[in-house]
Write a new protein. Structure first.
Length: 171
């Protein structure tokens, strides 16, 4: 599913993946890239900005003859379900807004088993829009996973989340 816009509710990522390509984003804020997993910026107003942008950038589709908000992707630079999400709920707030949109497309990418918390919203989104959920499992070897992704959920937790999501008939 191609996408037009990205949503990253956080800047920085607590999972500390050694291969992360987004560390450089902290340099724009005059921070060292090594602070990427320690200094997390919470975009508390992300859901309100999402609503503004959906209204601003939606367009009339001549082919479909209805308003099409576009395609959105969450988790392209930082994980939307990193530990900060438990406290701040910015990802969930964005999903609540997307659940009320029509005829859009949404893709989410995560390494976290915390994704299952929002099954209720994924079901609502799927009723009105196209949805794609992606869980990255880098390796099934726990020791290697700790080396590559020191604070990401253990591989078996991600696999359990995949199994739980696969049980749903709406995906």
């Amino acid at each position: 599913m191609p996408f037009e816009w990205t949503i990253n509710p956080y800047r920085g990522c607590e999972f500390a993946c050694k291969y992360c390509y987004a560390r450089y984003t902290h340099e724009y804020m005059e921070l060292d890239g090594s602070e990427f997993e320690k200094k997390i910026f919470v975009k508390k107003d992300a859901a309100a900005l999402l609503v503004q942008d959906m209204r601003k950038y939606s367009y009339e589709s001549k082919k479909l003859r209805r308003r099409v908000p576009g395609a959105y992707c969450d988790g392209t630079a930082t994980d939307p379900y990193q530990p900060a999400e438990k406290e701040y709920g910015v990802t969930r707030a964005c999903l609540e807004e997307l659940a009320s949109a029509r005829d859009s497309a949404f893709r989410l990418i995560t390494k976290s088993n915390q994704i299952v918390r929002d099954i209720d919203l994924f079901k609502k989104i799927a009723e009105r829009s196209e949805i794609s959920l992606n869980i990255t499992v880098t390796t099934l070897r726990p020791r290697l996973a700790r080396l590559l992704e020191p604070r990401a959920p253990r591989p078996e937790l991600a696999v359990a989340a995949v199994k739980q999501l696969r049980k749903r008939d709406w995906l």
